[in-house]
Design a protein around this ligand. Sequence first.
Ligand SMILES: *Cc1c(COP(=O)(O)O)cnc(C)c1O
Length: 377
Amino acid sequence: MTQYDIPLAAPDISDEDIAAVVAVLKTSRLSLGAKLEEFEQKFAAYTGAKHAIAVSSGTAALHLCVRALDIKEGDEVITSPFSFIASANCILFEKATPVFVDILPDTLCIDPVLIEAAITEKTKAIVAVDILGNLCDWDALRAIADKHNLALIEDSCEALGSSLNGKKAGTFGDCGTFAFYPNKQMTTGEGGVVVTDRDDIADAARSMRNQGRDDSGRFLHHERLGYNYRISDINCALGISQLSRIEEFIQKRDAVSEWYKEALAPLADHITPALSQDDVRTSWFVYVAHLNSKYTPQDRDALLERLKAKGIGCNNYFPAIHLQPLYTREFGFKKGDFPITEGVSDRTVALPFYNNISQKEVATVAEVLNDEFHNLP
Ligand SMILES: *Cc1c(COP(=O)(O)O)cnc(C)c1O
């Protein structure tokens, strides 16, 4: 059996990135220094947000949004079950109650039409996720939020650079979040950002990421309950360098998505390429193709195992959050609760996708898929 070694994801680190990191190490400011400030300024400028607060992860960014909006025990927060776990867990961090609403089958984002029925007196906010670089229907979400006086948190961790009519992901909600784990469009190793136009959210997030300190500069004075969610200047230097190439990254990923569309076209009886939105400039995150409905979830899992055995990175992005053990155990969710999400989750096949994958490697992935479809029932 031929072995390939094509990973699922890979960061794109240049000599300039490495030099930028090394340069910080030769200074005495490894945290809360000039690189943090520069990264935040450049990030705010790129997204078009008034404020950017850089933190230790995307999960920390989400938690700070929840805290800054004073979401607490007894509050309900509406969110999507088709996402990475952190977009729902941030609600649990403050003991608020997650209320899932199913997704649209094309964009895989939360379905605004289903939201109204889920709103109660206790509903305080919506955490909507720009999943896989797709944008939510933010006009509809804003109208619902305004009508019911709800806060809108935009989890844009998968959509850095996606835009609608020039307006960038992260700026549609009251606050938005980004993440820089090495599989994201750009990386800082680990890291995240909160973006917002609201001064109150920015001030609260800035204080809480740094042990609840205020802006007086007193190191041992703590205004409120805070955390150590700081990001080091080492990570920020990498972030500045990566951000300077983000347009190139987005274009490369867009080209790869086109290669997949072409390479998967002859396999249309088996698998459907990832969808993107016509009116949106998509910044691709993970390339998620969908097995056709004749295949069972067991077929999908078998296919993933066979691809991995041949050295082709792949995964089931994303299993439904409401069916994760934590959620079935704590909240009693069960199969059938969110049928669109479950139908999608059962058949996703995330394929190798990163800036510097070659067209030949994409063709290899398609060839191996073609072989394996003949092995499935
Ligand atoms: C990656 C991601 C996060 C969390 O980011 P981390 O930096 O890994 O904490 C949150 N939400 C979504 C949708 C993500 O994809």
